[in-house]
Design a protein around this ligand. Structure first.
Ligand SMILES: Cc1ncc(COP(=O)(O)O)c(C=O)c1O
Length: 362
């Protein structure tokens, strides 16, 4: 990226994991431009063949070919529809969510988000049960007590806003088996950790489980607002349950198709694994940085109080964008096309900044 003075920056944050294939990728620009000249929008009262094309391609690349697709415009909206559909499906009201989760800012999505500052009184509902993340026993106890009332369990495969906390494979398996036993719906919030970011299409795939509904947004459009849920075949939405004016419009579908085409042709999931592995190994070898974690190109690490200006210094001195999670985590969510040599530059830069701050301290 370049600023208004022509200064060049390396973007390792992609505007909260949105830039999946790279800013202004030529194929993405071309796809959108060509579509714009044909038609940008018409409502869902007509059949839009691009939606079918997108559904087919998404099914192929994600390995969920038998799932159904509903398109909307943002991550919050995707989760809102997922939670609502689950409740339509089993007629129940309660939702299980986890500590440090973030699922969006609209009414139901924010009510399952573990941050009191975001929840207005009008969003408060007695229907949400928050449980400790990765605590299998607490989950079992909760189902034993409320199992027949639980409509859905919503979980990020890797918590993003919460600080890059990886859901254990055994925990996701437990969610799957308890949802099966009690007739609840497993919702995999893949808005931040999905769409190839971890090297698998959905991070929940690492656990070898299939969720009933996956929500997605962010990287899906590489900056064009598009989101969706994919729905397992046993959940059969009825007409009028879900709807949208803008969701799945022609331009959004063109952008989303361009992203999938580039993910495939440039083998970006493999690149995320390779560059992510390199970054994690190198970061782990820097003694000042603690608890380096994550999968693929979704990486977080703890920064000690003495290095609290590290993120700012990386930006001002090294022209490198990183992200944060409060209070002390640096989050890396770069484009999946990040080159190894850019990752090497970042490692050099972070070592330089840490050394400079150590000198200042002394
Ligand atoms: C895991 C997760 N779910 C949902 C959302 C909400 O997405 P949006 O901001 O597109 O509504 C976010 C956004 O950060 C997210 O990280």
């Amino acid at each position: 990226m370049w600023d208004d003075k022509g200064e060049q920056y390396l973007d390792l944050y992609g505007g909260h994991a949105v830039i999946s294939i790279g800013h202004t990728h030529p194929h993405w620009v071309q796809r959108i431009e060509e579509q714009l000249k044909k038609i940008a929008f018409y409502s869902n009262s007509i059949k839009i063949p691009l939606q079918q094309e997108l559904a087919t391609k998404l099914g192929q690349l994600s390995g969920k070919e038998d799932y159904q697709l509903f398109l909307c415009n943002s991550g919050a909206e995707a989760n809102e529809n997922a939670l609502k559909l689950a409740s339509f499906y089993n007629g129940r009201k309660k939702v299980v969510s986890f500590t440090k989760s973030f699922h969006g800012r609209t009414s139901l999505a924010v009510s399952v988000t573990d941050n009191k500052n975001y929840i207005a009184p009008v969003n408060e509902t007695g229907n949400v049960i928050f449980l400790p993340f990765n605590d299998g026993q607490a989950l079992e106890d909760c189902f034993a007590k409320n199992g027949k009332e639980i409509s859905s369990v919503i979980i990020e495969g890797i918590q993003g806003v919460g600080g890059i906390n990886v859901a254990e494979d055994s925990f996701l398996k437990k969610i799957r088996s308890l949802c099966d036993e009690y007739g609840a719906v497993y919702i995999a919030d893949s808005v931040q950790c999905g769409y190839g970011r971890t090297g698998k299409f959905f991070s929940h795939d690492f656990a070898g489980v299939k969720a009933d509904i996956y929500s997605m947004a962010k990287g899906m459009g590489n900056g064009f607002p598009v989101a969706g849920i994919i729905i397992a075949p046993h959940i059969k939405p009825r007409q009028f349950q879900l709807g949208t004016t803008f969701g799945g419009n022609h331009l959004a579908c063109a952008a989303a198709l361009a992203v999938l085409e580039v993910l495939e042709s440039e083998k970006l999931l493999g690149n995320a694994v390779m560059v992510g592995k390199y970054l994690k190994e190198e970061l782990k070898s820097i003694p000042e940085l603690k608890n380096v974690r994550g999968r693929g190109l979704m990486i977080g690490f703890d920064v000690p109080e003495a290095l609290k200006d590290l993120k700012k210094n990386l930006l001002l001195n090294q022209k490198i964008f990183t992200g944060e999670a409060k209070p002390n985590v640096i989050r890396l969510l770069p484009s999946l096309a990040l080159k190894k040599r850019d990752a090497e530059d970042f490692i050099e830069a972070i070592k330089e900044e840490i050394a400079a701050m150590a000198v200042q301290e002394a």
